[in-house]
Write a protein of this length. Structure first.
Length: 272
């Protein structure tokens, strides 16, 4: 597991913002950046091996996002508490906001919670994460700074016994302004299999952060999913961060009809 950062429920360190004054039009989020559990939660009834798995976080996603933020001079907002405590990429009414089961693993410490306990988890991690993004986006828009949101995730090579052949997936809804040129650029690279709304799509209810902060404001956005065996070590993390930085440095959003529809009414709620 990662080294402990927040020490208790009273800690203000549930969210971290890197380079808040970044000049890039891109604002990056890493919604499942950490597998850290504050001491109050113990292990949630799980083993150390379970807590190192994808069910607890998105392995490799944060080093990629950090390197991209540095290279692009972009702002990055990351969670510092495991998605097992509360999933910041879910609306508050999602059944897996505090997941009782993740993939096929039961989470004993997440069963039978009272409304007070759930509210405490929202206040601990979910609310600070979304407040931080809200503040950054509103501040940028007030200054007239162009803003595009990109969420960085990773996914498992095998899910419930099914192999996933994609090296990277780009997730989007009907606003394809960022996704279309990003997919096109990736498809021109030799040896890379690109998933379009694979291994997830907004229909799987994984698009909440981008819906909440980008779609409702009409801002270009896209979600990146990198297969986590590609970024399990520093070499792969540097490779993918540099590859994506090169693409993003020249990326210009396309104009689409969907982009001009200012607010998409659906909210989304499932796993990534």
């Amino acid at each position: 597991m990662e080294k402990a950062r927040p020490a208790s429920l009273a800690s203000p360190d549930a969210v971290r913002v890197t380079n808040p004054g970044g000049s890039s039009p891109f604002v990056l989020t890493c919604d499942h950046a950490s597998n850290f559990l504050p001491a109050e939660f113990g292990t949630l009834g799980l083993t150390a091996e379970d807590l190192s798995r994808h069910i607890a976080w998105d392995p490799g996603a944060l080093p990629v996002a950090l390197r991209m933020a540095q290279s692009l001079d972009a702002t990055l907002v990351e969670t510092c508490i495991s998605r097992l405590v509360i999933d910041c990429n879910r609306p508050l009414d999602a059944p897996d906001l505090v997941p009782p089961v993740s993939e096929t693993t039961a989470i004993p410490g997440n069963t039978g919670l009272s409304e007070k306990q759930r509210a405490a988890r929202v206040a601990l991690s979910w609310q600070p994460f979304h407040n931080a993004i809200e503040h950054i986006v509103e501040d940028r828009l007030a200054r007239g700074q162009e803003t595009r949101l990109v969420s960085v995730h990773s996914f498992t090579p095998v899910y419930k016994g099914r192999d996933r052949p994609w090296h990277i997936g780009i997730i989007h809804d009907d606003d394809r302004r960022l996704a279309a040129p990003l997919i096109s650029a990736l498809r021109h690279l030799a040896g890379i299999t690109v998933g379009v709304n694979e291994p997830y799509s907004p229909a799987d209810r994984v698009y909440f952060t981008l819906e909440r902060h980008a779609r409702l404001r009409g801002l270009p956005c896209a979600m990146i999913e990198i297969r986590n065996d590609e970024i399990s070590g520093e070499t792969g993390q540097r490779k993918w961060a540099d590859l994506l930085t090169g693409i993003f440095s020249d990326l210009e959003p396309e104009e689409t009809r969907g982009a001009r529809e200012h607010a998409v009414g659906k909210s989304v709620q499932s796993a990534s």
